[in-house]
Structures are given as structure tokens and as C-alpha cells.
Design a protein around this ligand. Structure first.
Ligand code: GAR
Length: 183
């Protein structure tokens, strides 16, 4: 599930296409109709769907429609890949153990937004990314894998974000494979 450019989604697609990966992708859902990642998914022949909050009465109804869509596609695991809206508690509970997210920090540090700026402001020497299970509490579920990334003296938000993103692109397929193999 994506909201924007979907570079982590692309990393998952490439992992599935390139190697003997233990998963297939049944489709990509966006909450934003203009997410550029939707085009990428279509170019790879994947099912896509848009479920925007404004198309439904409320978040719970939206997320029920997403669950119905995912189950119709036969999804067994749901990967949030830059899905920038907090899911409903009901959705998190329904998919618990099968719903994972990638977050650009070494959780439990820097839950929420602006993680790179906050790591720079704190004077941290190390930053990173985490793939974790999603639970109703934001960015608080059990960690599956983490990758540290150095913060260099001249870093700004953009250079740090790019370095973390490169790490994310390796981390997410590894985390998904680990989840499947240990299940
Ligand atoms: C990624 O850095 C991801 O970790 C972050 O948004 C970016 C999405 O990029 N996710 C979050 O901050 C979730 N709280 P992408 O669309 O290119 O994958």
C-alpha cells in the first residue's frame, strides 16, 4: 500500500521479479489517486486500486473496503510502503501479524514524521530504517529488521534521506522474506 512515489514498492517488485523470492505481489493500493507509484505498478502488470478517505464515510469504512479488496486479490501479507495515513485500529487488528510497515528511523526513536530532521537536530551520529509489524499504536509494533545508516558531518535532510532510502530498498525485501520464512 502506497501514497506517493513508491520507491520501496519498486524495490519489492524488483526483488520478486529478479530472484527466487518467496512471495508474489497480488496488487497495489493507494489512498492517493495521483500517487506516481500506481503508474510504476501498472507498468509491471500489477493490479492497482485507489481507496481515498474522501470516497467513504469514514476511516473505518475506507479500511473495510481496502480489506475486502485485498482479500479479493488473495493477499496474505500487507506491506505498507510509504502509506502516509494511519490505518484504523480495526484494520491493524484484522491483519495483525500479516501487516508490516517500513519507517525511516531506528524505532523506537523518532516515531511519526520528519524523522531525518529530528535525527539531525538531535546531533545523532547514526540513523536508519526499521521494518516492523503494525499494531494500533503508531510505529510501536514488534521490529522485524533494522538497518543503521551513518550520519555524516555535512549531511542535510536530503542527503540523509537519500542514504536511508537506499538502505530501505534492501531492507524491505529482506524483512518480507524473513517474515515469510519464519512463519
Ligand atoms: C520512505 O522513506 C518510508 O520509509 C517513509 O516514507 C517514504 C516513502 O518513500 N514512510 C514513513 O514515513 C511511514 N511513516 P517511497 O514512496 O519512495 O517508498
Amino acid at each position: 500500500m502506497i501514497s506517493g512515489r513508491g520507491s520501496n514498492m519498486s524495490a519489492l517488485i524488483e526483488a520478486v521479479e529478479a530472484t527466487d523470492f518467496p512471495a508474489q505481489i497480488v496488487g497495489v493500493i493507494s489512498n492517493k489517486p495521483d500517487a506516481t507509484g500506481l503508474e510504476t505498478a501498472k507498468n509491471h502488470g500489477l493490479n492497482t486500486a485507489v481507496h481515498a478517505l474522501k470516497s467513504y464515510a469514514d476511516k473505518t469504512t475506507t479500511d473495510r473496503a481496502i480489506t475486502a479488496n485485498l482479500e479479493q486479490w488473495g493477499a496474505e501479507i500487507v506491506c505498507l510502503a510509504g502509506f502516509m495515513r494511519i490505518v484504523s485500529d480495526e484494520f491493524a487488528k484484522h491483519w495483525q501479524g500479516r501487516l508490516i510497515n517500513i519507517h525511516p528511523s531506528l524505532l523506537p526513536k523518532y516515531k511519526g514524521l520528519n524523522t531525518h530532521q529530528r535525527a539531525l537536530d538531535a546531533g545523532d551520529k547514526v540513523h536508519g530504517a526499521t521494518v516492523h509489524h503494525v499494531v494500533p499504536e503508531l510505529d510501536a509494533g514488534p521490529v522485524i529488521v533494522q538497518q543503521e545508516v551513518p550520519i555524516l558531518p555535512d549531511d542535510n535532510v536530503e542527503t540523509l534521506e537519500n542514504r536511508v532510502l537506499q538502505a530501505e530498498h534492501l531492507l524491505y525485501p529482506a524483512a518480507l522474506a524473513k517474515l515469510i520464512r519464519t512463519h
